[in-house]
Design a protein around this ligand. Structure first.
Ligand code: AVI
Length: 322
């Protein structure tokens, strides 16, 4: 098996709970308290994220679907025949259907996701729709090393699919490391990468502060999760609120959980004091220019292929040969 990426510690879903507790305590002890956005995605968080994708304000999902559907033939030609498609952060598997339908002879589909329950359900539904396509789900945290199944006999190349601008949730260093690992395991194939573009901050603000408050629920679910899994006593209903804003110099949306009052939270035998207005930084969602994304891809060892965008240039899909 091929190890991805070529680095540090192993991913072990069995120890995920212990890791959440450890990382949360560690993150809460920093000056700017923070926690990795990967902990959003328990079963409830994955469900809430799917609901975000349907919101009128959240343009990335429908825009990327439109780009993929308008350019499916072109994209399929770049990918070529007999490829195995590896999807990173597979979620509900809606977008890959557009690819699979356009491809001449996909050999296998390997969806990778951190949320095991969600992945198994989505993969089983996809398998039922594509009975002749081998579907091989891998439950893993793809920010840590994990094993990819070896290519099947008759497969010619591996092609990565990383839609949704999830790359933007990494720090710039993590994004580079991820792309370097991807370029390594996808050598001879390529990566189809969807990233959100820099745009009018008002549109960005609305997308992360939706009128129905689903994004707020998604953000606050992290605290519910800590209460459920770690026995913490966050007062989610009254004690904390959702805050999201565009940080223009760093070209990113930041999401925070804001303490509405001075309070003490008990968590894993520790007491954590919050001042009124203090925040836990839960997510960055970086926005890219086409040029900046291409420069990053080049540094990571990819070549540069075509980019497809929508008429308003809200979102971009890149073909990066490896
Ligand atoms: C998964 N990821 C690309 C989403 C984003 O837009 O950064 C997560 C999200 N956060 C709030 N809304 C959606």
């Amino acid at each position: 098996p091929l190890r991805f990426p070529v680095a540090a510690t192993r991913s072990d879903p069995a120890s995920a709970d212990a890791e959440f507790g450890r990382e949360l305590l560690e993150g809460l002890s920093r000056k700017q308290r923070s926690i990795s956005p990967k902990y959003f995605y328990d079963a409830e968080g994955s469900r809430l994220f799917d609901a975000i994708c349907e919101l009128p304000e959240y343009y990335p999902t429908r825009t990327e679907l439109a780009i993929l559907s308008a350019n499916a033939a072109d994209i399929a030609q770049r990918i070529g025949p007999d490829a195995e498609i590896v999807e990173f952060g597979a979620g509900s598997l809606r977008k890959v259907r557009l690819l699979l339908d356009a491809l001449e002879s996909p050999r296998r589909f390997v969806p990778i996701d951190i949320s095991g329950e969600h992945l198994q359900g989505a993969a089983a539904a996809l398998q039922a729709e594509y009975p002749d396509l081998p579907v091989h789900p891998v439950v893993a945290d793809y920010t840590r090393p994990f094993d990819l199944p070896p290519l099947l006999a008759g497969s010619r190349r591996r092609v990565g699919f990383f839609p949704g601008s999830t790359l933007g949730n990494f720090t710039p260093e993590e994004a580079l490391a991820f792309l370097q690992g991807a370029a390594h395991v996808l050598r001879g194939g390529g990566l189809l990468l969807g990233v959100d573009l820099v745009k009018d901050p008002a549109l960005l603000h609305a997308a992360y502060n939706d009128a129905q408050g689903v994004t707020a629920q998604f953000n606050l679910n992290l605290l519910h999760r800590a209460n459920r899994e770690l026995g913490a006593d966050f007062d989610v209903a009254r004690g904390f609120g959702h805050a999201a804003f565009y940080n223009a110099p760093l070209k990113r949306i930041e999401m925070h959980l804001l303490s509405r009052r001075a309070q003490v939270v008990r968590l894993l035998g520790q007491q954590v004091e919050f001042a009124e207005g203090e925040t836990i930084h839960t997510e960055n969602s970086h926005k890219f220019t086409v040029e900046a994304l291409r420069a990053l891809a080049l540094r990571a060892g990819f070549g540069i292929g075509p980019v497809w965008t929508d008429p308003q240039r809200l979102f971009s899909v890149h073909w990066l040969p490896a």
